[in-house]
Design a protein around this ligand. Structure first.
Ligand SMILES: [Zn+2]
Length: 465
């Protein structure tokens, strides 16, 4: 029995020495290659178990850009947008200037726009009973006369607008009627292309008169009105819209889930095309089935951005996209005080390096890259070389990423000074690289996120309300 214990002890000792050797021996050969994709994520985590958690010797992707622990976007619908309200809101959101609503919070929050106004509702869209006819749109009504076009073009280029809230506001009193036609889609896309307006996000809008919606056709009977992707419908347009560049679609499906591990899911359209759908937080938990407690007006922003919600996405390393209607109120100052206070709280979390606040299009693009990035690691002499080969996007297809596709991508490495990131076999220029100290897990190296931009881009135009 004693002999057996001695043998067992010797065996254990040998195993410990072997494991120690494995951990401490530097990897010399250049053919040790670790592949990573969503599919082999599991195997890499198994491999990293051989290491002490605080000092991994292999390269691993950090979920969010350093130093952030979560990522959040606010996705606002253009309903009741007027240029007056829009400018006040975005001077407060995007700049750090003194504004009529107080010091700006300097966050990267973009908005959505309408190309047309095809609504017959008797609604007001601003103070002094401004009628809905003055809603901020690219063209006047459903015609071809330009209204806010120049300013919308500029805001798309400057980053204050990044989402189409469909082609326009087609809400009608009679839900069986619509002013949308395919001709309007053709004209809209031609105008956006001519102005080099690159928009990747589409947000379905409004009541059943908005037949150009398409994200949820076939999901339930309610969505039968969504005819935008039906090839035999007179309202068909996704054959134009998707090639134009729309990649992400909010499909008019509500959600009470605030934080997500990933915001995106593939959507197959009736015409065979595929796009990414994405989630938005639109409502509180349903108390009774079918009774939705919408939380997406500017008066609900304080509840959306609650300290509890923010703490949760930080703790769980999650994404969040909030649905909003920044222009919902027709008050002189469009953001209520409690909304401004919570935006200041969000700004603090951003400046403390906890939550990366990013415009919707940037968050979604990052989400795709982070999920489907494919790379290999080679060890040569003292250097670790990360070869980025592709983003294997299962919806739009595999592509070789550019710097802009890789913004924020961060790899844990024990030696940032001797870690090189290459796209294919070309090292990324040092001006795009950022070396990061230990965040509690390891040191890391990043491809820099976009530079903060707090410029005031607001414009006015005579005759545009
Ligand atoms: Zn809307």
């Amino acid at each position: 029995m004693k002999k057996f214990v001695r043998l067992l002890f010797a065996g254990l000792l040998t195993a410990i020495v072997l494991v120690l050797l494995l951990v401490l021996t530097p990897i010399k050969s250049s053919n040790v290659v670790v592949f990573r994709s969503l599919q082999d994520k599991q195997s890499i985590y198994t491999f990293t178990n051989h290491q002490t958690k605080s000092h991994p010797i292999i390269i691993e992707l950090r979920k969010f850009p350093f130093p952030y622990k979560a990522m959040l976007a606010i996705s606002s619908d253009a309903d009741h947008e007027t240029l007056r309200k829009f400018n006040l809101i975005h001077e407060f959101l995007n700049t750090t200037q003194m504004t009529p609503m107080g010091r700006g919070v300097g966050l990267d929050i973009a908005d959505s726009f309408f190309m047309y106004n095809g609504s017959d509702l008797h609604a007001f869209v601003d103070d002094h009973h401004t009628p809905i006819g003055k809603e901020f749109t690219y063209f006047k009504g459903v015609g071809d006369t330009r209204y806010g076009a120049k300013i919308i073009d500029a805001y798309i280029h400057d980053g204050w607008l990044d989402s189409m809230h469909t082609y326009g506001d087609f809400n009608m009193k009679n839900h069986a009627q619509t002013r949308f036609t395919r001709k309007l889609a053709v004209q809209a896309i031609q105008a956006l292309q001519a102005a080099h307006d690159k928009v990747t996000v589409w947000i379905d809008h409004g009541n059943q008169s908005n037949v150009d919606n398409f994200g949820s056709y076939g999901f339930s009977r309610f969505y039968n009105y969504q005819k935008g992707a039906l090839p035999h419908s007179p309202y068909y347009h996704t054959d134009l819209l998707i090639p134009y560049g729309i990649k992400f679609v909010w499909t008019d499906r509500n959600s009470s889930v605030f934080g997500h591990q990933s915001m995106i899911y593939p959507v197959k359209l009736p015409d065979g095309r595929e796009v990414w759908g994405f989630w938005r937080y639109t409502n509180g938990r349903e108390r009774r089935p079918g009774v939705i407690r919408w939380l997406w007006s500017v008066d609900d922003l304080a509840r959306q951005l609650s300290p509890k919600h923010l703490r949760a996405i930080i703790a769980h390393h999650q994404y969040a996209i909030l649905a909003q209607h920044f222009c919902a109120d027709n008050t002189v100052l469009p953001l209520p005080q409690n909304a401004r206070d919570r935006l200041r709280l969000l700004a603090r979390e951003y400046h403390d390096g906890k939550i990366l606040v990013a415009r919707t299009s940037r968050l979604l693009k990052y989400n795709v890259t982070e999920r489907f990035l494919h790379y290999s690691v080679a060890h040569k002499n003292n250097q670790r070389i990360i070869h980025i080969s592709a983003v294997r996007d299962p919806v739009f297809g595999t592509f070789t990423p550019t710097i802009d596709d890789l913004r924020g991508i961060t790899f844990y490495t024990p030696d940032p000074d001797n870690t090189i990131i290459e796209i294919g076999n070309t090292p990324i220029a040092p001006k795009f690289i950022q070396k990061n100290s230990d965040d509690g897990i390891a040191s890391s190296v990043s491809i820099k996120w976009y530079k903060p931009d707090t410029a005031n881009y607001s414009l006015t135009q005579p005759g545009v309300w």
